[in-house]
Design a protein around this ligand. Structure first.
Ligand code: NAD
Ligand code: UGA
Length: 469
């Protein structure tokens, strides 16, 4: 029986390994992590992440050929293939702070693998890493002079949160990069055989190591660039009377452009787009390519602009001040169908409103009060560095309340900001909400989920992204 071990039981390691276990009953998969509560949650009925369809997959395989454990060294020593899916956050200090990827977690994982391995291993980069990381990892692993051979593969993950299980069941492609030596190609084939259990052969792409590493950063940069492009156009729509939904539809009808990923919004969030573009920018700068670095930097600048434009719109519409006013925030997660709040646009919007002394009442169906308070108290980039976890900020606690009900959050509010596109926000009783609010009642739709005309008929003053006022 082939044995797989995955270091990192997070949003990628957990679902990815659960699907491998489901689709490959002949393979034993063990997911390990340094976090004791995270592993305990994976072994309980309350999984540590919310992802549609994940519970069913885990229930089918856990205890059969899928295991979660903190006994890292034992499972690493026994495995034939080791996936490394640890966090690769943005550095917060030292050389490259604010841009470069922090490979501390990856490096310590590699050193541990080198220390405990007693047989040859395939080590798979699952985390998103800077191009050429495999070279550094090879050096660390080769440092172990016990005669053990390691093959490094790059197998970046392209799943999106909220649709992770669907994406893993039917990936657009699986990408495997390896050394072009016979040993390297043998390792590529071994990993290809795992995916071939359910992924059609023509969707499994093999490349050299550096192409695979760079393709991941490039794919995220292209995706984020589409959102910044449509968001930049949304500002022009507001200035000219064009409607961004109509423009995006017309543009996306060109088969060379395509209709997906063109929804204007309050700004993209999530743990990866910003981090990976900053990482790309840093790599370009290190390679003497400032023009290329500046090109990609602009994607982040437009995203920051979109978030602050939204805050400015709220404040300026409400007679240039929100001081002491209650603003209801509907949605805090970075997108629907996830409880993940990493780099969510809601953090920047709430901080902006708090800066103008608003009182904020937040409702999100999947995010807890503790999480929201922690997010609002944290400094930029600290969220992915566990040692920086800070206690609740007294200021945030005072001005922010969190409810488990949209009607409660909006009661007595002067304005509402919709910041996540949860389906339930489309079908709320907005007449009931309007009646319970202060007048004039403002509605700022950062996701274009509501029918603005209907809301105006109720009496709301409505602002939608990229649409005529
Ligand atoms: P995560 O923070 O949810 O999970 C990472 C886990 O690794 C944590 O539980 C942490 O405790 C654990 N860890 C850290 N060091 C460890 C060590 N030495 N040994 C064992 N466990 C260790 O992160 P994630 O969202 O799963 O992302 C992981 C990687 O995958 C990142 O590089 C990210 O860029 C990439 N990625 C993420 C997504 C996504 O949708 N979240 C998609 C594609 C790629
Ligand atoms: C993204 C990519 O889609 C995945 O392919 C990639 O594997 C992953 O990053 C990663 O490397 O972490 P994810 O961040 O989970 O996945 O979610 P997306 O669906 O890409 O959404 C990202 C952000 O963009 C969200 O805030 C979303 O609301 C926003 N978005 C998305 C828009 O504002 N408009 C759109 O048209 C699409």
């Amino acid at each position: 029986m082939v044995k797989i071990c995955c270091l990192g039981a997070g949003y990628v390691g957990g679902p990815t390994m659960a699907v491998i276990a489901l689709k490959c009953p002949a393979i034993e998969v063990c997911v390990v992590d340094i976090s004791v509560p995270r592993i305990a949650a994976w072994n309980s009925d309350q999984l540590p992440i919310y992802e549609p369809g994940l519970d069913e997959v885990v229930k089918q395989c856990r205890g059969r050929n899928l295991f979660f454990s903190n006994d890292i060294e034992k499972h690493v020593a026994e495995a034939d293939i080791i996936f490394v899916s640890v966090n690769t956050p943005t550095k917060t200090r030292g050389l490259g702070a604010g841009k470069a990827a922090d490979l501390t977690y990856w490096e310590s994982a590699a050193r541990m693998i080198a220390d405990v391995a007693k047989s040859d291993k395939i080590v798979v980069e699952k985390s998103t890493v800077p191009v050429k990381t495999a070279e550094a990892i090879e050096k660390i692993l080769a440092h172990n002079s016990k005669g053990i051979k390691f093959q490094i593969l790059s197998n970046p993950e392209f799943l999106a949160e909220g649709t992770a299980i669907e994406d893993l069941f039917k990936p657009d492609r699986v990408l495997i990069g390896g050394r072009e030596t016979p040993e390297g190609q043998k390792a590529v084939k071994a990993l290809k055989d795992v995916y071939a259990n359910w992924v059609p052969e023509d969707r499994i792409l093999t490349t050299n190591l550096w192409s695979a590493e760079l393709s991941k950063l490039a794919a995220n940069a292209f995706l984020a660039q589409r959102i910044s492009s449509v968001n930049a156009i949304s500002a022009l729509c507001e200035a000219t009377g064009a409607n961004v939904a109509e423009v995006a539809y017309a543009v996306g009808k060109d088969s060379r452009i395509g209709p997906k990923f063109l929804n204007a919004s309050v700004g993209f969030g999530g743990s990866c787009f910003q981090k990976d573009i900053l990482n790309l920018v840093y790599i370009c700068e290190c390679n003497g390519l400032p023009e290329v670095a500046n090109y990609w930097k602009q994607v982040i600048k437009i995203n920051d602009y979109q978030k602050s434009r939204f805050v400015n719109r709220v404040v300026s519409s409400m007679f240039n001040t929100v001081s002491g006013k209650k603003i209801a925030v509907l949605g805090f997660a970075f997108k629907k169908d996830t409880g993940d709040t990493r780099e969510t646009a809601a953090i920047d919007v709430c901080k902006g409103l708090l800066g103008d002394k608003a009182k904020i009442s937040i409702y999100d169906p999947q995010v807890t009060e503790e999480q929201i308070q922690r997010d609002l108290a944290m400094n930029k980039f600290d969220w992915d560095h566990p040692i920086h976890l800070q206690p609740m900020s007294p200021t945030a606690v005072k001005q922010v309340s969190v409810t488990w009900d949209a009607y409660e959050a909006t009661k007595g509010a002067h304005g509402i900001c919709i910041l996540t596109e949860w389906d339930e926000f489309k079908t709320l009783d907005y007449k009931k909400i309007y009646d319970s609010m202060q007048k004039p009642a403002f509605l700022f739709d950062g996701r274009n989920v509501i029918d603005a005309e209907k809301m105006r008929e109720i009496g709301f003053i409505v602002y939608s992204i990229g649409k005529p006022l």
